[in-house]
Design a protein. Structure first.
Length: 530
């Protein structure tokens, strides 16, 4: 242990010195530029825009997300709507007795190769966390800065009508989330110690092999694992801590703040806190997130409701702007471009439906029925996008914070939302700052779990590999708080959207398996016995 701690310190010391020096002489900007030059081709490919008119062009990566979500909504007979109450009842524990008396082979087949059964419970290992904890662990990665900065960008560019398309995207995304999280549980691996390993890496390899597509499954799984690791270091880590520090610095005086120039110190504190949690694995993460996430959401929604109620006379007009603006040229551009492009880049953590990341957290649930967690998961886009993001949009509309041009950068987007709240609740920007730090913290610890699952898939499940990843992750927390991240954020965004490509291929091919799991679980509910 001493040797391990000394190794960490040896790695951290030069990086701390570098981070401090970088802020003083601008080396971070030079590195950021060099990084952008090296990775620009990848970012341009992922975010290539298909022109439709002289004014409107759409990123190609949005088509698989939107078309896939629409397809799943129809294929599963609008499960995102008809399964809503059932999902709430599952979270409430109404159907827990079904799991208690369920068959250990509820999911069926043996894993190709014959080593580990792809059953929902293996040798009495039923998972690691409850339905509620799995939901909050996944929500902690999705509810975050995308709800604050991403919505501000979308609404300020596209107008109030952008909100309508944001809601539509959230409702459709519920079906995609249901499919990927059901597969995440069905094809998960459970180690001898009960540790769960799940996510697209496993349902792509196992599921596609069962359909005679072994080679394709391995290639897609490896690509996803690489992309999720990159996304965990960038958008799930550096962006989060960087923006949290930006708001802390702004609220304490900007360039006159006592923390100005000490991003590395802020990052070091956050790194230590993150390290304490993630060393404990998903159980520790779940115990933290199931307390932080409900608290954050309640505080944020309560403040939004206060602003809305304080301006109750303007609510009718605000909804009028949302619906009339949704089909105006400005609204359509704001929806398709502002939300599903501009906003979606920053709100990749506000929905994630079709991306595949949330299925990693949901796969650790204690259940013998895969579809039960898929049903729970479909609540995630509703809470995150339909409720929280819509609240942010309403606050921006009511307070007259729409600029028509959008913030120049993400930091300004956060400040735009902060000032909107501050115009009604003078002291709330301070509370929002605390909320943003908590949002960033919870997102980082959940994305560390996502990234580690990809890392373990590629490099093995040994403790050495586990601690190697977690140390690197904590180092990136420090770098993220101190560095200039323009190109890094563009690259990490691209990595996250790139995750969608191999994942969506697997979801479409394996959709019939999900339908079988849904029927099995709904029959169990109907019969109240197995």
């Amino acid at each position: 242990m001493k040797k391990y701690l000394l190794s960490i310190f040896a790695l951290l010391l030069p990086l701390l010195n570098f981070a401090k020096e970088a802020q003083e002489i601008g080396i971070d900007q030079k590195i950021d530029q060099a990084f952008g030059d090296a990775t620009g081709w990848f970012v341009q490919f992922i975010f290539y825009q298909i022109p439709f008119t002289d004014e409107i062009s759409v990123y190609w990566v949005l088509f698989p997300l939107i078309i896939g979500a629409t397809y799943f909504t129809i294929y599963f007979k609008f499960i995102n709507f008809r399964g809503f109450l059932t999902s709430i009842n599952i979270v409430r524990g109404k159907y827990d007795e079904i799991d208690d008396h369920g068959s250990l082979v509820a999911a069926g087949d043996s894993t190709p190769g014959g080593d580990i059964k792809e059953t929902i419970a293996v040798e009495d290992h039923e998972g690691e966390v409850s339905h509620f904890q799995a939901l909050t662990a996944a929500l902690s990665a999705t509810v975050g800065l995308g709800n604050i900065a991403g919505v501000a960008i979308a609404v300020s560019i596209g107008g109030a009508g952008a909100t309508f398309w944001m809601i539509v995207a959230g409702l459709l995304g519920m079906a995609s989330k249901f499919v990927e999280c059901t597969l995440g549980v069905k094809y998960r691996d459970i180690g001898a110690d009960g540790t769960v390993y799940g996510g697209p890496m496993y349902y792509l390899t196992k599921g596609l092999k069962a359909k005679g597509l072994d080679g394709l499954g391995k290639v897609l799984a490896a690509l996803f694992a690489i992309f999720v690791i990159g996304g965990s270091f960038g958008g799930g880590n550096m962006f989060q801590v960087n923006q949290a520090f930006q708001l802390v610095e702004n609220i304490t005086g900007g360039e006159e703040s006592f923390v100005h120039g000490y991003g590395w110190a802020f990052g070091l504190v956050m790194s230590i806190l993150v390290g304490i949690v993630i060393i404990g694995g998903i159980k520790k993460i779940a115990k933290v997130t199931d307390k932080i996430v409900p608290f954050m959401v309640v505080i944020y929604v309560a403040a939004s409701l206060f602003v809305i109620i304080a301006n109750i006379s303007m609510v009718g007009d605000a909804f009028g702007q949302i619906f009339t603006g949704a089909f105006s040229p400005e609204g359509v551009a704001g929806g398709a471009i502002g939300v599903l492009i501009q906003g979606f880049r920053r709100a990749a953590f506000s929905n994630e439906a079709g991306i595949g990341s949330s299925s990693i957290a949901h796969s650790a649930v204690k259940t013998k029925y895969a579809a039960s967690e898929g049903m729970v998961a479909l609540l995630e886009p509703f809470i995150d996008t339909v409720v929280v993001c819509t609240m942010t949009a309403l606050v921006l509309i009511i307070t007259g914070s729409l600029t028509g041009t959008g913030p120049a950068n993400d930091a300004e987007a956060i400040l735009l939302t902060s000032s909107a709240f501050g115009s009604v609740i003078s002291w709330f920007p301070y509370v929002l700052t605390v909320a943003v730090v908590l949002f960033a913290f919870s997102t980082m610890i959940s994305w560390s779990y996502y990234g580690f699952q990809g890392w373990a898939y590629l490099f093995g499940r040994s403790k050495k590999m586990e601690y190697t990843y977690k140390v690197i992750f904590c180092i990136f927390v420090i770098i993220g708080a101190a560095a200039s991240l323009g190109s890094v954020i563009g690259f990490s965004d691209a990595m996250i959207f790139a995750m969608m490509v191999p994942n969506m291929v697997g979801l479409v091919i394996l959709a019939p398996k999900v339908k079988e799991e849904l029927k099995k679980y709904m029959d169990a509910i109907k019969n109240k016995k197995v």
